[in-house]
Design a protein around this ligand. Sequence first.
Ligand code: SGN
Ligand code: CA
Length: 521
Amino acid sequence: RKNVILFLALFLLYSCTSQEDNGSTTDRPNIIYIMADDHAAHAISAYGGIYDDLAPTPNIDRLAKEGVKFNNVFATNAICGPSRASILTGKYANLHGYYKNQSGGKFDASQWTFPQEFQNGGYQTALFGKWHLGSEPKGFDNFKYHEGAGQQGFYWDPLYNENGKEIKEQGYATNLSTDFALEWLQEQRNEDQPFMMLLQYKAPHRAWEPDKKYEDLWEDIEMPYPDTFNDDYEGRENTAGDTWMTMHYLNRKDMKMDPPDSLEGQALRDWLWYGNEPGEVVKPNPDMSDEEAKKWKYQRYIKDYLATVKSVDDNVGRVLDYLDKQGLTDNTIVVYTSDQGFYLGDHGFFDKRFIYEESLRMPFLVRYPEKLKAGTENNDIITNIDFAPTLLDFAGISTPDEVQGRSFASNAMGNTPEDWRQSMYYHYYEWPFWHHVQPHYGIRTQRYKLAHFYYSIDEWEFYDLEKDPDELKNLINEPQYQDKIEELKQRLNGLQETYKDDKSLEEYRMITDTDFGNKTE
Ligand code: SGN
Ligand code: CA
């Protein structure tokens, strides 16, 4: 027994001194925040789904195995610029002012954002990849973000803005943005300071252009179809049933079709982008039936989408390897997320925007070996306005009261506060471009969802997610749910007050109609 005590005492002494040597438990963590564009959780194998085995994402999955997987993280407005602005400010669109992509104006860069707080708090900060907020990024020691196509950026030979200077690079965007991030870490990192880096990929955004080596990855197989691929939109005719998001709206550019040699200039662009005459279905050959064409388009779409994801996964692997080699893994928080979810043929759709599950849900994986237990999961209701306070919390930096989001650092560590929220609030404003989705707001609880589509229609939808996880049955008129619906309407009003979004329908519509200035894609 004496030996055991002696051994324990020596071990304790050793572990205390060794921690003092490298300072790892007292140093503030580094942060690498990786965000893809339009990457649905069900296209990450750690989240399961029909592509799990066919298109695995082993590197992104590593974060789930070695960290925490969040299952109920939701976008408060499932569209790029507004979601990114909510992430940066920890606020809803009605406070940060960036409601829409189309004519959404420029993000007002005089606002509080979390990167500035990190920079002021002594962190070395950097941004690589997609920004898409119109105004110059603030709070970064270094940035290099995508320009072109309204800051959507390009997959091939992309144009970047590097600290205020435009520069065209040669190669594939996903690889390049990672190259720049790793070069910065290698050459410019100041070892006396912690760092906070945003690495934001353009992929897997439209037009889903894979790297050359992955172009024909699944050529010989037929990808499975989601259960709701042939949704008939019954009970949702004027909402889900009235969009420009069905396979029909995939154009010839999306389908990588070769134009006839005779076409040039505007005629060529029209053929590629707007080739569908009213009622016409784009087909690779005229003999194909409309039904076959729908399936063919889905195959082209999903294979390209997943192939762009493959490059993202490879590059996440490069980042994780780098951290391992540099001995930075234990004290670096790595987040993987996306600005919103996406439809992968679900309900017959591509794109996002709706409060329905596939676009509402954001993947969210976080690894922080010093504090978070590997391989754990969390089901709390979290939203994109919570990211900023959480990252700051991990770094020991406080968040100002004006921020609407709340830190979920404690939830990540396995201790959900007792008063954690039981529902989330959603509001989408953009209409009719790009995809003809009626502006709507709504509430989602662990079990139910209620939404009001209000712009040129006035319709409510209600889903019982436990009985109908695919949201095929709008139960708004079901007698047995009327009490529940009434209760949710009250709670929805409460959330609108809490988040200072309690305007009249007329005022909401005005936001949709207002041209705030920009004309980004
Ligand atoms: C582009 C796409 C749309 C997409 C928006 C918004 N068209 O306009 O399909 O919904 O971006 O995407 S494209 O043919 O130009 O690619 S977001 O990620 O910025 O919200
Ligand atoms: Ca997006």
